[in-house]
Structure formats: structure tokens, C-alpha cells
Design a protein around this ligand. Sequence first.
Ligand code: KG4
Ligand code: ZN
Length: 343
Amino acid sequence: MRILALETSCDETAAAIVEEGTHVLGSVIASSREVFARAGGVIPEEAARMQVTCIHPVLDQVFSQAGITEKDIDLLAVTRGPGLLGSLLVGTTTARMLASLWKKPLLGIHHTLGHLSSPWLSCTETPRFPLLTLSASGGHTELWYRTDHLHGEILGSTRDDAAGEAFDKGASLLGLPYPGGPSLARAAEQGDPHAFPFPLPLAGDSTLDFSFSGLKTALKYTLRDLGTDGAAPERKADLAASYQHALCRHLIQRITQALARCPDAQEVHLVGGVSANQHLRSLVQDVCDGRTLRTPLRLEFCTDNAAMIAAAAFFASREQQEKPGLPFTTAASLPSSAALSPA
Ligand code: KG4
Ligand code: ZN
């Protein structure tokens, strides 16, 4: 089965063609990152305007990469939410129009189900359920225990900021460019992760929830106390490394606790933009206790992309055994708990 998927939930315009949920024939991601780097963040109306102009060239490019035509497509899929409404509508309106023009079925996919499916892309072995997934991006942070693609539960989620948001806000406090995650990780390479002892959030809490806002405040007060010293390059590197380490320690502690509660988990998956973080990857490896650790095989599959939406659509249509083409709504806010349910 060949699926053409579109993903336009934030500032990217992405299209992909994926065969059997894993084999990526083409994947194109047009990002307006440079434009928003100057603004220091995404401007929703501007993002949607750019997506309107990008979507057709991106579609042309993905078909030429894959070397096929629309006649070879069996199913269309599109991110239906959550995300920026104007941006989502560019993707869903285009997908609805193409599905009707080409007389193909169309599936609306929850953005988080896309991230959860990303480790299957280009993967030659089949991951084994049950498995534990940390899904951490700019909009959400959750620990999932799943027994198959569409069955499972959220063990814990963030009470305030998302992990990616904590990277972004920390980078901004340190005067590092947008997007904050990669620039903070780069600055941290030269620093000492133990130079500043930031606290472990929710240390005595018995849930598997996350909280990142206290760390951001701790960084703010540390910078205030350092005064002009905080701006020196070596101090900045130490601050970035210590802050990154504190965010990762919190994530790792929750993964360790979740594995103790779910000892039958065969694998640990890291997905979402934050899974691109190398420091996090190396720390998670140490707590997997012999289990397979999987991250998306290409860095572009960690952050938002359309191939993960195609993978999710493939497994959803296979496991639901429903005729694709169910009506769906486009929704800016959708709870993560709805990720495994049909539209
Ligand atoms: O999944 P994603 O592309 O978009 C959302 O669904 O939000 O995640 C974007 C987030 C941003 O907050 C970005 O700063 C973070 O992922 N991110 C990283 C890294 N690369 C991207 N955070 C830490 N280290 C990275 N290398
Ligand atoms: Zn995402």
C-alpha cells in the first residue's frame, strides 16, 4: 500500500510517499525556520500564508522524488490536529481536494500518532510490543505504554511546559537563536553538565508526570545572580550544558520509573523533536537495561515530517480494519489521549 501524506501542523510544509508504512519513497519538508528565526518564534498567520505558497511545489517534488504518479497512490493521509488552525487547514483542505479529484480514500491522523509511528520508518526489523515511548516535542511531553499501534495508555504527561518548549525558553534566556533545542544542544557541547546543580523536578512525586517550568525559573535566577558573568562564553556553555542535563535527568528518571512499573516492555522509543538530542539519547541508553532503544532513523523524522503521518495511517488502517475515508474534523486542540482513536 502506497500512502501520500501531508503534514502542516506548525511552520513546516511536508509531504511524503511511504510504502507499507516503512519504506520511504519520498519525503520533502519545506520549513520557514529562517524567517521565524529573525522573529524569534512562529507567527501563525505568516506560517499559513507561506504554506499556501509551498504546498504545491512540495507535492510536485515528492512525486518526482518517488518517481511515481497519483495513479500509484492507494490512500491519502493528513494531520488533522493538534496544531495551528490556519496551518492545519492548508493541509487538510489540500488533502480533501486531492482525494476528491483523484477519487482516493483519505484518513485524518492525530499528530502524536505520527510521532509514535516514526521509529518504524526505514526500519528493517519490526519493533516489538509492548513498548514504552517517550514522546517529547515543542507541544507535548508524554510517556506511553502501548501493546500495539492503537492500544495503550499515557502513563504520565507534563503539567506545564513541554520538554521542547523548556529547551526553547532556556535558549531564549541564554540569548541563543530560535529554534532553541538545537542551538542549546550545540552550546552545551563545550560546557560542563555539572557546573550548575539545577534541581530535579517533582522529585518526591509518585506519579509519572513531568514539570519543566521550575527549571526555566531556576535558570532565570541563576542568570540574574551571575550578572554580567553569565554572558561570558564559557559560563554560557556551562549554563547550557547544566540546563540540558537537568531537563534530560528529569526525562530519564521518569523512563526508569516507568520501566520499573512496566517490566514487560520490550523496547524503549524516543520520538518527537527532543529525541534529536544526543545527550538525551546517550543517557536513555544507560537505563534501558538490555532493551532495544529506538529513535527515528533519520533526524528529519524526529521533528515534524509527513512520512510519520503516512506510517501512522498505514498501521491505523491495517489495525482498525475499517474502510479508510471516515469523515474527520480539523482541530487546533485535540487531547493526546485521542491519538490512538479513529477520527
Ligand atoms: O516535534 P517537533 O518538530 O514539533 C512539535 O510537534 O512541537 O518538535 C520541535 C521541538 C522544539 O521545541 C525544538 O526546540 C525541539 O523539538 N528540538 C530539540 C532538538 N531538536 C529539536 N530539543 C533538544 N535537542 C535537539 N537537538
Ligand atoms: Zn511534532
